[in-house]
Design a protein around this ligand. Structure first.
Ligand SMILES: NC(=O)c1ccc[n+]([C@@H]2O[C@H](COP(=O)([O-])OP(=O)(O)OC[C@H]3O[C@@H](n4cnc5c(N)ncnc54)[C@H](OP(=O)(O)O)[C@@H]3O)[C@@H](O)[C@H]2O)c1
Length: 218
């Protein structure tokens, strides 16, 4: 598939870029700046060649990345994602958009979920991208470990959407990644619960000196 990682120059972007590229997908790293997108794409291609993969990612501005792709991931901090969505809503019309957005803030040294009047970050995004097929996923994946291609993990990814066909496409995509199991978590309205698990994981990590916690439903 043709996959754009909008803001794919950051923490979550790198793991998604190299893992999807190694699976044979066409990956475009998006950025607000073309030079930064190209530089990051070069870095990711070095990682790929060290893994003896012939795959290559390319870097483009977010708008061009979204235009050329079938699926766009919003790998952008939640508080900046909505303004980016406003700018890109025409190019993203009819396309699948994946929201890993976790609205949270630090209070008294710990992270708490930041409630969104629309219910969840994914629902707010869908309210802006009225003509896109919004799916939410990847909220509970710790980016650093996910970016480490030698790391072993066994995590579940709860996937929510009101568009059943789009949800199935994203579930199939996630299940291609070794160590991830995608689970249908219902409609987009469920996303608030999935999003709110992430600050809990971080607080448990801090309090119990545990690293890179993910989620497994057993
Ligand atoms: N980090 C994690 O472990 C993790 C896990 C699960 C879910 N998430 C979610 O995934 C999303 C990305 O997280 P991240 O840690 O990868 O973020 P990040 O590294 O802090 O930022 C990602 C990219 O967002 C772009 N960006 C920054 N400010 C922006 C602005 N004002 N407008 C538009 N773009 C801006 C930047 O790209 P350019 O400068 O190249 O434009 C940056 O490289 C977040 O919504 C987060 O809640 C993160």
């Amino acid at each position: 598939m043709k996959i754009a990682l909008l803001g794919g120059t950051g923490n979550l972007g790198v793991g998604l870029a190299v893992r999807f590229a190694m699976l044979g997908h066409d990956v475009i790293v998006g950025s607000r700046k073309l030079e930064k997108a190209e530089k990051k794409a070069e870095e990711y291609n070095e990682i790929l060649s060290k893994m003896e993969s012939k795959a290559k990612v390319i870097g483009l501005k977010n708008e061009d990345a979204a235009r050329k792709s079938e699926i766009s991931f919003f790998t952008i901090p939640w508080n900046h994602a909505f303004s980016t969505a406003e700018q890109l809503k025409d190019v993203l019309a009819d396309k699948i958009v994946v929201s890993p957005l976790v609205p949270m803030e630090k209070k008294n040294g710990f992270f708490i979920y930041n409630p969104i009047p629309e219910g969840s970050a994914a629902e707010k995004l869908a309210g802006i991208l009225k003509n896109s097929r919004v799916v939410s996923a990847f909220h509970n994946i710790p980016a650093d470990k996910f970016a480490d291609l030698d790391a072993k993990f066994d995590w579940d990814v709860a996937v929510c959407s009101d568009d059943e066909d789009a949800k199935k496409i994203v579930i199939d995509l996630i299940n291609q990644i070794d160590g991830l199991r995608a689970l249908d978590a219902g409609p987009l309205a469920t996303s608030r619960m999935v999003e709110s698990i992430t600050p809990l994981l971080i607080t448990i990590s801090i309090k119990n000196k545990m690293k890179d916690l993910g989620v497994k439903f057993v």
